[in-house]
Design a protein around this ligand. Structure first.
Ligand SMILES: NC(=O)c1ccc[n+]([C@@H]2O[C@H](COP(=O)([O-])OP(=O)(O)OC[C@H]3O[C@@H](n4cnc5c(N)ncnc54)[C@H](OP(=O)(O)O)[C@@H]3O)[C@@H](O)[C@H]2O)c1
Length: 306
């Protein structure tokens, strides 16, 4: 079985990915001692500690590394740019160099938000990024550091939704938690994005490795919608009153970190390389709902170390 190392194993993507991959692959997850009782192997480590990257790569001897650890909270990045730079820019470069030396295939996770959103249309991989804030600037630097250390690495610019360890990490959980408690919640009508169900993303990343792809790819959903529409579609899927989702502009939200208004990304390059269309948003939303009916959110939370 292929040995798959996953950093950020307690995170939204890392945990879903590890849970989807462990039956087909030998999964080793790196977390900061937050998880317990998971069906895959765990290494507890702070990736910013000196020597930790080399130690983990030598001890776990993976064939593939999917690097999901990051400072992915936009507001936290604005509050601590130095930590954002170390985690989102420097660490990926160190990991890429470590992977190249050991013949490990690397997938590095980046973000749709490297673009400023000013384009009138859909962004392709050849469009020039212009990051609007600390998070996106450090993520872009991370892409560059990875590709200069290991040109054969995969850089995946993503945006995704799903159930998380804390139950509060994702946009889908924000809407679900408010709707299910009967509360009103805000949906931005002026931010367009292409969300992908995290289970579909996990399978797509593994397929990209199986197909030996390399370089930069947009790995997002094939449908663009506003954050408001996302909330409304989720309300309908779960049978909640969609009028609880209030249409507002992001400018009225009080959020500090600047956000791009247009994050519509083309997935043409990836679907051509994979030889198939990427899953539709509606089927991803149905899978998210099915997980709910099967108790997946509770299962996720049960992995939290007490
Ligand atoms: N969520 C999205 O829609 C989205 C959109 C665009 C791009 N992305 C990118 O996708 C990737 C995964 O995002 P996510 O939403 O899954 O992130 P997340 O839920 O915030 O998870 C981040 C993970 O990184 C770990 N981590 C942070 N600092 C660490 C350190 N010093 N040592 C070891 N682990 C550390 C965290 O561990 P703790 O749990 O211990 O803090 C956590 O497991 C990131 O690269 C992010 O930038 C996400």
């Amino acid at each position: 079985m292929t040995r798959l190392l996953i950093t950020g194993a307690s995170g939204l993507l890392g945990l879903n990915l590890a849970l989807s991959a462990w039956e087909q692959h030998t999964v080793i997850g790196v977390d900061r001692c937050k998880l317990s009782g998971v069906p895959f192997e765990l290494v507890c480590a702070d990736l910013l500690e000196p020597g930790e990257v080399d130690h983990i790569l030598d001890a776990s001897r993976p064939d593939w590394l999917i690097h999901c650890a990051a400072l992915a909270d936009l507001e936290a990045c604005e509050a601590d740019p130095s930590l954002a730079r170390r985690l989102n820019a420097d660490l990926p470069g160190d990991l890429a160099a470590g992977c190249l030396n050991r013949g490990i295939r690397l997938v590095h996770l980046s973000t749709d938000s490297v673009f400023d959103g000013k384009k009138d249309g859909v962004y392709t991989e050849s469009d020039l990024p212009n990051p609007p804030g600390v998070y996106s600037a450090t993520k872009l630097q991370g892409e560059q550091n990875v590709l200069s250390a290991d040109p054969d690495a995969i850089i995946a610019r993503v945006n995704f939704f799903g159930w998380s360890l804390s139950g509060t990490r994702s946009l889908s959980e924000y809407f679900f938690n408010n709707l299910s408690e009967g509360r009103q919640c805000n949906g931005f009508t002026d931010i367009w994005f292409c969300p992908m169900f995290v289970g579909d993303l996990a399978e797509t990343l593994v397929r990209m490795l199986e197909k030996s792809l390399s370089g930069l790819y947009h790995v997002v959903g094939s449908e663009a919608l506003t954050k408001y529409d996302f909330g409304v579609r989720l309300a309908r899927q779960f049978g909640y009153d969609e009028r609880q989702v209030l249409p507002i502009s992001v400018e009225e939200s009080g959020l500090k970190a600047r956000r791009s208004h247009n994050l519509r990304l083309s997935v043409h390059k990836l679907s051509t390389c994979l030889g198939e269309a990427l899953p539709a948003f509606s089927t991803g939303l149905e899978k998210f709902y099915t997980q709910y009916t099967q108790g997946y959110p509770q299962k996720m939370r049960s992995y939290q170390q007490i």
